[in-house]
Design a protein around this ligand. Structure first.
Ligand code: SF4
Length: 265
């Protein structure tokens, strides 16, 4: 795999930024705590599936204190449509207790403190630091791992290797939004099975050896039961799926997003 050059990386991000000037997570949340819970719930689950369950949950428990009052049994009932719901419920109750007892009920803006919470690993911590607090972290999920390796942007054998390569090779001014640009590109265009190379805005910069040809793309779409978009969803289409932000909370970066749809990490 040939690495992208600095010039190619700059142009790669410039085009992704042009496509989605203000990319956002697709997970629904209200404040840093509900973001944390949504990300924990999204492990091995889709954002769409998580978003179906969380409005009812967050209406009852949008703080760690309320989550403890809600209790594990009621929590299980509310999230039972999400995979691994029993394990996740245990972890959510445990992390809520730690937030109350050790962090004054607040989500800490600190990687070590976040990773010390049950159910929170490096990826979840990176998402929370980035989305809730505006830190320039890049959480590597399956989509970003694929895009980083395929394109030559940031190859690596493990998510951590890709994350460190992205950290090193992403121009500083693109770092805050890099996570969402890459994840959305991987989710909607550079898809796992058959990437939409003929309509990809960064195709000429990408070093993937097995790019999809136009005929292959048509055939792939014909074989799927659900029609796929002919191009990346326009930014306004993504925005329509979100509700207008509500007034700021105590967090410097979080506005109320209850009821809106989103995706990220
Ligand atoms: S050209 Fe194809 S493989 Fe390369 S980034 Fe675009 S969709 Fe992915």
């Amino acid at each position: 795999m040939r690495l992208m050059s600095r010039r190619e990386i700059e142009e790669f991000y410039r085009r992704l930024a042009e496509t989605r000037p203000i990319p956002q997570t697709e997970l629904e949340f209200i404040n840093p705590f509900t973001l944390l819970i949504a990300v924990v719930l999204s492990a091995q689950a889709t954002d769409v599936g998580v978003n179906k369950a969380t409005p009812a949950l967050f209406a009852l428990a949008d703080t760690p204190e309320k989550m403890l009052v809600l209790g594990e049994d009621r929590l299980i009932e509310l999230i039972r449509t999400i995979g691994l719901f029993r394990t996740k419920a245990k972890k959510i109750i445990a992390l809520s207790r730690i937030l109350v007892e050790q962090h004054n009920g607040q989500v800490p803006r600190d990687r070590a403190a976040l990773e010390a919470l049950p159910g929170v690993g490096r990826k979840t911590a990176n998402v929370v630091l980035n989305v809730a607090f505006g830190e320039p972290t890049i959480a590597v999920d399956t989509h970003i791992f694929r895009v980083g390796n395929r394109t030559g942007l940031a190859p690596g054998k493990t998510p951590l290797e890709v994350e460190l390569a992205l950290e090193k090779r992403t121009p500083p001014r693109y770092k805050t939004h890099a996570h969402h640009w890459l994840i959305l590109h991987g989710r909607y265009v550079c898809k796992a099975r058959k990437p939409d190379c003929p309509i990809c805005v960064v195709a000429d910069l990408c070093h993937y050896q097995a790019k999809t040809g136009p005929a292959e793309l048509v055939a792939a779409r014909a074989s799927t039961s659900e029609p796929e978009p002919l191009a990346e969803p326009a930014p306004e289409a993504v925005q329509r799926r979100r509700r207008a932000p509500a007034p700021r909370t105590s967090s410097p970066r979080i506005s109320s997003r209850r009821g809106r749809a989103s995706r990220l990490p």
